[in-house]
Design a protein around this ligand. Structure first.
Ligand code: 13P
Length: 233
């Protein structure tokens, strides 16, 4: 069983979500399928894919125009929330510390955080990939609370149509698994994300410690997303 999560970013509509769920109801898979959609499309009754959000406020309530609290996500029926996505780190200034707070908010509400870590192109070029991943996991993942999911998303490969080598993915995931083990979070699912598509999904998910994928662009259309889900049992 693998976890196949889609991140729709600021794309889609209620109609395309309905169509996706309809198509997903026609396939036979043991994989866990999650769709992280824009806030306005979150509908806990939507099935068969579980519905998640793409961000959450660090605040519980109050004068924070434009933000969405974890209790609002819960009321809407979200089961998961992505925190620390590369685009939130880049455009909203999310740091590891903020990501940790967001993950804690989710855990306290019984929503599973999908905590993203990964290096930028500059950090990669400077030979800091493993260092950034290590601090990302240590600082972003809460040391206690319920189950989490970690996603390794090399930031330079997101939407770029290129991926790290299998060896690089293997090294990153092994490192993350080791850190999580030391944090008392052994067995936490670790997803790979960035430029996953039908053509590379099976290979990527055969790499040790890759428990699934977090898919951006190729999660928007059933004809692209379903082959990724069906790439592995
Ligand atoms: P792409 O699959 O479009 O590269 O996006 C990956 C991503 O950011 C998933 O969260």
């Amino acid at each position: 069983m693998k976890i196949i999560a889609g991140n729709w970013k600021m794309n889609g509509s209620k109609a395309t979500l309905h169509e996706m769920q309809q198509r997903l109801s026609e396939i036979n898979t043991e994989n866990r399928v999650i769709l992280c959609v824009p806030f306005t499309m979150i509908d806990g009754d939507s099935a068969p894919a579980a519905i998640g959000a793409q961000d959450v406020s660090v605040h519980d309530h109050g004068a924070f125009t434009g933000e969405i609290s974890v209790s609002m996500l819960k009321e809407a029926g979200a089961k998961y929330v992505i925190v620390g996505h590369s685009e939130c780190r880049m455009y909203h200034g999310d740091t590891n510390e903020i990501v940790n707070q967001k993950a804690k908010m989710a855990l306290d509400a019984g929503i599973t955080p999908i905590i993203c870590v990964g290096e930028t192109m500059e950090e990669r070029d400077a030979g800091k990939t493993l260092e950034i991943i290590e601090s990302g996991v240590r600082e972003s993942v809460p040391s206690d609370g319920g189950d989490v999911i970690v996603a390794y998303e090399p930031r330079w490969a997101i939407g770029a149509g290129i991926t790290p080598t299998d060896d690089d993915i293997a090294d990153a995931h092994k490192l993350i698994a080791g850190i999580l083990e030391k944090m008392g979070r052994g067995g936490t699912p670790i997803l790979y994300g960035a430029s996953v598509k039908g053509a590379n999904a099976a290979q990527i998910m055969s790499i040790p410690y890759v428990d699934g994928v977090l898919v951006g662009g190729a999660s928007l259309k059933p004809d692209d997303f379903i082959p990724i889900i069906m790439a592995t049992k």
